[in-house]
Ligand binder design. Structure first.
Ligand code: SAH
Length: 263
């Protein structure tokens, strides 16, 4: 017997917190596609790619909630209120976020607001940037020869000051993935070296992972900030630090028309 994957939407208003993955629409889950096709309203962030938005039903209302760094089109409280209001009117609302909504996505905060108001919700996980972008860059996050653990951190430095737990970042045989770290990259490399990491430790910065404009820049802790500046990389960029980056050369399989790999 075929499994029932359709799970029809309920009559009452509900919010579906859906992960859109890193950009390539082929990485959407079946559940995500189905919900995008059935929703009354889709509230989406700037990280959601236009190719993913192509799956939204033509009859659905689309609301852009912004959230580019320093350009918060809607404040978080406004987004929370909007979701409560729409679901309160009985709408089927998809709250669409880049990657996975529970990884640096403030998904938890939005659900807390809904729970407080007694609004029903569901969470649909997505492929988070760490795994999606690393896959498309040909960089396995763990590998028996190089890394037995992997750490996800945000490099978004409040007030420009770094408050990361540096000793935990420089452990051997570990891969560190930094979300939102482009602005603080020079400081991050500097601090890691200060805390004992080798200046030769490989590092990759991947812009627009999994879509046609993907760019991978590879270097070391000591030369990376200069390389990134030279390549004029733009957000979103994911930083991967560790010996596994060495595998990129041999394993880079995704070749969009304008891929540029700089050594
Ligand atoms: N919830 C998201 C992360 C949101 S934070 C997730 O699970 O992926 C936003 C950061 O994610 C960006 O600053 C960047 O570091 C990273 N990111 C998301 N999509 C990306 C992509 N396609 N390419 C490179 N980095 C990406």
């Amino acid at each position: 017997m075929k499994a029932d994957v359709t799970r029809p939407l309920t009559g009452a208003g509900r919010v579906y917190l859906v992960g859109a993955g890193p950009g390539d629409p082929e990485l959407l889950t079946l559940r995500a596609v189905r919900l995008l096709q059935q929703a009354d309203v889709v509230v989406y962030d700037h990280l959601v790619s236009s190719a993913v938005l192509d799956f939204v039903s033509p009859t659905a209302e689309r609301i852009y909630a912004g959230k580019r760094r320093n350009e918060h089109t809607m404040r978080q409280e406004q987004i929370n209120l909007l979701l409560v209001k729409l679901a309160g009117k009985g709408k089927q609302v998809v709250r669409l976020k880049g990657g996975d909504p529970f990884i640096f996505g403030r998904g938890g905060e939005e659900l807390e607001a809904l729970a407080k108001q007694g609004i029903a919700f569901e969470v649909v996980p997505g492929v988070t940037a760490a795994s999606g972008v690393a896959s498309y860059a040909g960089i396995p996050l763990t590998h028996r020869d190089y890394a037995q653990s992997c750490l996800f951190v945000t490099g978004h430095l409040k007030d420009g000051t770094a408050d990361l737990d540096w000793p935990s970042l420089v452990r051997l045989r570990q891969t560190v993935v930094i979300y939102m770290g482009l602005g603080g990259l020079a400081e991050i490399c500097h601090q890691m070296m200060l805390h004992g990491a080798s200046p030769e430790l490989p590092i990759a910065v991947v812009q627009d992972g999994s879509i046609a404009t993907q760019k991978v820049v590879v270097g070391t802790l000591s030369n990376m900030s200069e390389r990134v500046a030279r390549e004029n990389l733009k957000s979103p960029c994911l930083t991967i630090i560790g010996e596994v980056v060495k595998l990129h050369d041999a394993l880079a399989w995704f070749k969009p028309a304008i891929t540029l790999t700089t050594q």
